[in-house]
Design a binder for this molecule. Structure first.
Ligand SMILES: [Fe+2]
Length: 292
């Protein structure tokens, strides 16, 4: 049972559920202290997080002809993206919403070994061990994205802010979908390209606030599709505006934290808030198919 996928896909419901037996076998404490939050090289890989075949189906879903044009390119050297805000007016396929929430819940089982997580739970009045509930609150002020790196695309070397914790679900493979490049971590004594280590369906977690990292230029041959991953970060509270508006819904407000009834009522009474300042990540990405 342990070699089976950690998350199992329910075809009919289009949702994911835990393989409880395998979930119980994971030593989150050890993986956190000796891997993900280790000083000199902070990452951990979960092999077979979802089944390889499901990962391939998700890849096919995003690279199908109709979906290709949906991706947004921020600049020519960076990757193409589809953004998700679960706290928004947009309709998303059930499978991706379910997958994102499960990844966020799973991530919290590691996050609990940090001071940041405990402070967050204390401020928000949450029980740190209620991982799913904490994930629901985090989703109010987090976005996610499918990243698609095509030939020559890269992400510059940088380090992120305290409290951000990266998770990537692997939907493509080095050697199959692209021939060179990948995520390079600048560990204390060495440089590590994680793309050498993961396969379809694996989950990669790394502490993006601890290590410099970059995606070195991806090389895509004529018969390859490129590098595709689902990125699920945790965005710390207050990094986002308190109120978000989205493309095509200028009069609807979405709150990134709990608001008082008074604020909500006042927002309804005040004249409509019309904003032209909608971040590119909050644009509407149309999905042509809603099932996997
Ligand atoms: Fe980063």
């Amino acid at each position: 049972m342990n070699d089976k996928a950690l998350l199992v896909f329910d075809e009919k419901e289009q949702t994911f559920f835990w393989n409880e037996h395998r979930l119980k076998s994971i030593d989150f404490r050890s993986r956190s202290l000796n891997g993900l939050f280790k000083e000199n090289c902070s990452y951990t890989l979960i092999k077979n997080f979802i089944d390889k075949d499901i990962a391939l189906r998700i890849k096919e879903y995003y690279i199908q002809k109709k979906m290709r044009d949906v991706f947004y390119n921020v600049n020519s050297t960076g990757n193409d993206r589809i953004f998700y805000y679960l706290n928004s007016p947009y309709q998303y396929p059930q499978f991706i919403k379910s997958l994102i929430m499960k990844i966020m819940e799973f991530k919290n089982k590691f996050f609990i070994y940090t001071d940041f997580y405990h402070t967050y739970c204390m401020v928000m009045g949450l029980n740190p061990k209620h991982f799913e509930k904490v994930a629901c609150t985090q989703s109010l002020h987090s976005w996610q994205a499918v990243y698609w790196y095509k030939n020559g695309q890269s992400h510059f070397k940088h380090i992120d802010n305290y409290g951000e914790l990266a998770t990537f679900l692997i939907l493509s493979e080095l050697g199959k979908d692209y021939s060179d490049g990948g995520l390079k971590l600048y560990c204390q004594n060495e440089e590590k390209v994680l793309d050498d280590l993961y396969n379809y369906g694996d989950l990669c977690l790394f502490d993006q606030s601890k290590l410099f990292h970059e995606v070195v230029p991806i090389k895509v041959e004529a018969n390859q599709v490129g590098r595709l991953q689902l990125y699920v970060p945790t965005i710390p509270l207050n990094y986002m505006q308190e109120t978000l508006v989205f493309e095509n819904y200028p009069n609807r407000k979405f709150y990134t934290r709990k608001q008082s009834i008074y604020t909500k009522i006042m927002d309804r009474i005040r004249p409509p808030y019309v904003s032209k300042d909608i971040h590119y990540s909050r644009k509407e990405f149309k999905h042509y198919e809603y099932t996997l």
